[in-house]
Design a protein around this ligand. Structure first.
Ligand SMILES: NC(=O)C1=CN([C@@H]2O[C@H](COP(=O)(O)OP(=O)(O)OC[C@H]3O[C@@H](n4cnc5c(N)ncnc54)[C@H](O)[C@@H]3O)[C@@H](O)[C@H]2O)C=CC1
Ligand SMILES: O=C(O)C1=N[C@H](C(=O)O)C[C@H](O)C1
Length: 252
C-alpha cells in the first residue's frame, strides 16, 4: 500500500464461525484493510458507516454460499470464497452471473494454506510417475462435508496429470464387500475421509509403484495457517475480474 492509498473495505460472511472469526481478526490487524461488516446467518454483527464493502470474504456453508455469491456479484462486490462444495455445475453458474458483471472478481480456493497449495502442486507433479494414487484426508468432527474440498481438488489434479501422461486406470482387483470400504471415487482416484476429535485439517497423498511408495503429507495445525492466503486474495481479487480458482496464480 502506498502512503496515500485508501484501505480496502472488507466484509466477512460467516463471521461467527471458526474460520470467520479468524478472518475478522486478520483483516482487523492488516493496516491496508478495513473491516467494515461482519455478518452471520442474516445477523449484522458489525457494520461501519464509512462505506460499503469492496470485497466480501465467505466462509459459510455449501448450502448458502451460492445465494451469497449471486447477491454479491449482482451488487458489483468482489468475493473471496473459502467455503467448499463447488462442483463444475456450480462454477458454471458463477461464471454465468459474472458474465453479466464483467468487472467483478470472484476467487474461490479449496485451501488458502500455502503449504496445502504446495502439497497439491507436488501431488500433480508426482502423479505421472506412479501406477497408484490414493488420498486420505483427516479433519475435525464438526466439519460438515466429506470429502474435503482440498481432497476433491487434489484428486482432480492427479486425475488430470494421469490423463495427460496417458496413464490408464489404477491396478485394483478388490471387490468391495462393504459399500464405501474403498472410499469415494473422484475421477478414478480413491479418497478416504477420517473425522476425529483432536484433528484440525490434514491430508496424505499416497503414490505407489513397484517397490516404492511416496507419501506427501500436509497438516494445518491452526486456522492462522489459512490467513496469509486469505489476505493475499483479498488484496488481489479486485484486479482479477472473472472467476479465479485457487491461489496458485497469486504465488507465482
Ligand atoms: N478454503 C479454505 O482454506 C478453508 C475452507 N474452509 C471451509 O469454510 C467453510 C466454513 O468452515 P468453518 O468456519 O469451520 O464452519 P463454521 O460452521 O464454524 O462457520 C460457518 C459460519 O457460517 C454461518 N452462516 C451460515 N449461513 C450463513 C449465511 N447465510 N450468511 C452468513 N453466515 C452464515 C454459520 O452461522 C457459522 O457461524 C466450510 O465449507 C469449510 O470447509 C475451512 C477452512 C479452510
Ligand atoms: O472444514 C475445514 O476445516 C477445512 N475445509 C477445507 C476443505 O474442505 O478442504 C480446507 C481445510 O481442509 C479445512
Amino acid at each position: 500500500m502506498t502512503e496515500s492509498a485508501e484501505p480496502i473495505r472488507v466484509g466477512v460472511l460467516g463471521a461467527r464461525g471458526r474460520m470467520g472469526l479468524e478472518v475478522c481478526k486478520a483483516v482487523d490487524g492488516a493496516p491496508d484493510l478495513e473491516l467494515v461488516a461482519m455478518i452471520d446467518q442474516g445477523d449484522v454483527l458489525f457494520s461501519a458507516e464509512e462505506g460499503h464493502a469492496q470485497v466480501l470474504v465467505d466462509f459459510t456453508s455449501p448450502d448458502v454460499v451460492m445465494d451469497n455469491l449471486r447477491w454479491a456479484i449482482e451488487h458489483g462486490i468482489n468475493v473471496v470464497v473459502g467455503t467448499t462444495g463447488f462442483t463444475e455445475q456450480r462454477l458454471d453458474q458463477v461464471r454465468g452471473w459474472l458474465a453479466a458483471k464483467p468487472g467483478v472478481g470472484v476467487l474461490i480456493a479449496p485451501n488458502f494454506g500455502i503449504a496445502a497449495v504446495l502439497m497439491m502442486q507436488f501431488a500433480a507433479k508426482a502423479a505421472r510417475y506412479f501406477e497408484s494414487a490414493e488420498i486420505i484426508e483427516q479433519h475435525h468432527p464438526r466439519k460438515f462435508d466429506a470429502p474435503s474440498g482440498t481432497a476433491t481438488r487434489t484428486a482432480q489434479v492427479i486425475a488430470a496429470a494421469r490423463a495427460e501422461a496417458g496413464l490408464g486406470p489404477m491396478p485394483d482387483a478388490t471387490k468391495e464387500e462393504v459399500e464405501g470400504a474403498r472410499g469415494a471415487n473422484i475421477d478414478g482416484v480413491r479418497v478416504h475421509a477420517v473425522r476425529s476429535a483432536g484433528l484440525l485439517a490434514h491430508q496424505e497423498v499416497l503414490f505407489g509403484t513397484d517397490g516404492e511408495i511416496l507419501t506427501i503429507r500436509h497438516d494445518s495445525l491452526d486456522r492462522v495457517s489459512f490467513m496469509p492466503g486469505v489476505l493475499l486474495s483479498v488484496r488481489n481479487v479486485g484486479r482479477l475480474p472473472g472467476l479465479t480458482i485457487g491461489i496458485d496464480s497469486l504465488l507465482d
